[in-house]
Design a binder for this molecule. Structure first.
Ligand code: MN
Length: 259
């Protein structure tokens, strides 16, 4: 199997995991940069992530347009991926979703979303909030429907890992697909814990910068701990057979788990 085939399989797994872990529903999407052509990326055609198969994946340029003739409908918000991948050469994969637990932090922007649980550390100490109305006025449909809006969103993301989109959702970015999926699964969980803690009252104990840095130190998508989540979630959503790992490490495929 070629490297591109393996990346396609990983992208199918990523779509299914995000659906199965309730990060996306009919809406939301995940992309990966082309490993050999940094100005291209892969993203599904317009389809609920739960249903994405190998043949649904389309190759795009950083203008958000498909590089080959494509008749099938595409995600309106594919520009989010183009804008972030254009602005951040260090980023290899992007998720956009509307997970409900993060939405309060996008509209009550004076209450910042910050890491409070160890698995939430990867969202980083600062999670900026982007309000489309700040640049584009109060008559947009709130969706990112062109490259100018996406570039503005990417500017707000800046060097951070996650940007909240006011009244809409979030975009997350990482240096690998496994990392961006893992971060996007734990982002709503971290938000839920933080919001619950706030209802208890009193001072919130956030993760410190030192704790966040310590978690990031030596982080690798194929380390035993990180692979464990990817392998588990992939099997849980019936994609164990698509698993592949370039480091040649062991892969567990749950033979009895079929969706
Ligand atoms: Mn959206």
């Amino acid at each position: 199997m070629s490297k591109i085939d393996d990346i396609m399989k990983d992208l199918v797994i990523a779509n299914r995991i995000l659906a199965n872990e309730d990060v996306v529903d009919a809406y939301g999407h995940v992309s990966i940069r082309h490993p050999d052509k940094p100005n291209h990326f892969f993203l599904s055609r317009s389809l609920a992530p739960e249903l994405v198969e190998f043949d649904d994946i389309v190759e795009f340029g950083l203008d958000g347009q498909p590089v080959r003739d494509e008749k099938r409908p595409l995600y309106l918000e594919r520009f989010i991926h183009a804008g972030i991948l254009e602005a951040r050469p260090d980023v290899m994969a992007v998720v956009h979703a509307h997970a409900e637990d993060i939405l309060p932090f996008g509209i009550a922007a004076e209450t910042p979303l910050r890491p409070v649980i160890h698995a939430g550390s990867f969202i980083g100490a600062h999670v900026p909030v982007w309000d489309i109305a700040e640049t584009f006025g109060d008559s947009t449909n709130v969706l990112v429907s062109n490259i100018e809006q996406a570039r503005d969103l990417a500017k707000k993301l800046a060097g951070n890992n996650v940007v909240l989109m006011s009244g809409h959702g979030f975009a997350s970015a990482a240096k690998s697909l496994i990392e961006v999926v893992r971060m996007s699964v734990y982002l709503p969980r971290n938000a839920r814990v933080l919001q619950k803690a706030k209802t208890l009252g009193g001072k919130i104990r956030y993760l410190s910068q030192g704790e966040i840095d310590a978690r990031n130190k030596g982080y690798s998508p194929y380390s035993t701990e990180t692979w464990r989540t990817w392998e588990y979630w992939a099997n849980k959503c019936g994609c164990g057979k698509l698993l592949n790992r370039p480091d040649g490490g062991p892969i567990y495929v749950h033979e009895h788990k079929h969706k």
